[in-house]
Design a protein around this ligand. Structure first.
Ligand code: GDP
Length: 311
């Protein structure tokens, strides 16, 4: 295998924006994308992989760009009909999106694993990049708040990340094995890029798999991260509450501290320029750029900036 590929560590929405930019500035077939599966959930008997689906729909150019998840031009007839039989409908499943989950669940029943299923779905949707679920074993993230312990997706969607987080538990992470190619891909990659994703429950979950952190430490000279925190706040999602729960400072410095063992290059937002010296003191080459990806031009510009970093 030639080593001219980029290995990307990804969560969902934040990662997808960056990957859309990347796929426009490098040949998409050079992207191997390891995706968090700690948000995966079974609902209505269907296997749902939220982060894999967001990246898949983005690269297939069928993502709902307004929402940042789901398929564009969706209807919700099936979900509405399901409320006759189930007493919850907090997880928004569009009719077209459901087709993916039905197909995935069918393939699971036929004995395929997540890697194989993801690859089949990507092929059918014309995706040239390689999407790799972080593990084929079951890993699920649970959040404890003052009132309830619940699946991460319920916290995110039903409760809109409002309640403070008292505890994060990642069920199955101790026993789960990383997908079998990831360690080899880490060694061989030209560069490894950590997307601006949730550092705790997206990237942190991938890093929690046995062997991944050690493999990255050995090649940290070629690992580049992008901060998902701008001016002490998340762009979207509960990264701030989760970082607080773990006693981390909610800032690009807090993220840099969390990643310091595994990377040597870090891109922070221009607005956080004053944090650069403190991050450089951690031994990390730090770059300032406009990291708020609110247009395709800005996604491409950030991707090109990261690709140009010499490792
Ligand atoms: P999720 O699993 O869907 O929550 O998505 P991710 O884990 O990939 O990303 C969530 C993180 O992405 C949050 O911490 C956001 O702050 C960050 N994020 C989202 N959009 C942007 C952006 O345009 N720029 C930067 N720097 N971070 C972003």
């Amino acid at each position: 295998m030639s080593n001219n590929y980029y290995l990307i560590l990804a969560g969902g929405v934040g990662a997808a924006k960056f990957i859309e930019g990347l796929a426009n500035v490098v040949d998409p077939s050079l992207l191997k994308i390891v995706i968090n599966t700690g948000d995966d959930i079974e609902l209505y008997g269907l296997k749902i992989c939220p982060d894999i689906d967001i990246i898949t729909y983005t690269l297939a150019n069928i993502i709902d760009k307004q929402k940042g998840w789901g398929v564009q031009d969706e209807s919700f007839n099936c979900l509405n009909a399901l409320t006759k039989f189930y007493d919850f409908k907090w997880f928004n499943l569009g009719d077209k999106d459901l087709a993916t989950h039905i197909f995935r669940t069918d393939l699971f029943k036929k004995g395929y694993n997540k890697t194989e299923i993801t690859s089949i779905i990507c092929k059918r949707l014309g995706i040239k990049s390689q999407l790799i679920p972080m593990s084929n074993d079951d890993v699920q993230t649970f959040i404890r708040t003052k009132t309830e312990t619940m699946h991460f997706e319920k916290y995110y969607i039903k409760y809109q990340c409002e309640p403070d987080v008292l505890e994060i538990s990642i069920h199955g992470i101790d026993k789960a094995k990383p997908e079998k190619h990831i360690i080899e891909y880490i060694k061989g990659a030209k560069k490894i890029i950590i997307c601006p994703s949730n550092p705790i429950v997206s990237i942190g979950t991938i890093l929690g798999l046995y062997g991944i952190k050690n493999a990255l430490k050995k090649v940290k000279h070629k690992v580049i991260g992008i901060s998902p925190i701008i001016e002490g706040a998340t762009v979207k999602g509960p990264a701030d509450k989760l970082m607080k729960c773990l006693g981390l400072e909610v800032s690009c410095i807090g993220v840099a501290n969390y990643y310091k063992e595994i990377l040597s290059h870090f891109v922070i937002d221009n607005r956080d320029g004053e944090s650069k010296p403190e991050i450089e003191d951690l031994g990390i080459h730090t770059y300032c750029y406009d990291t708020l990806m609110d247009s395709i031009e800005k996604k491409k510009a950030l991707a090109q900036f990261v690709i140009n970093i010499e490792v």
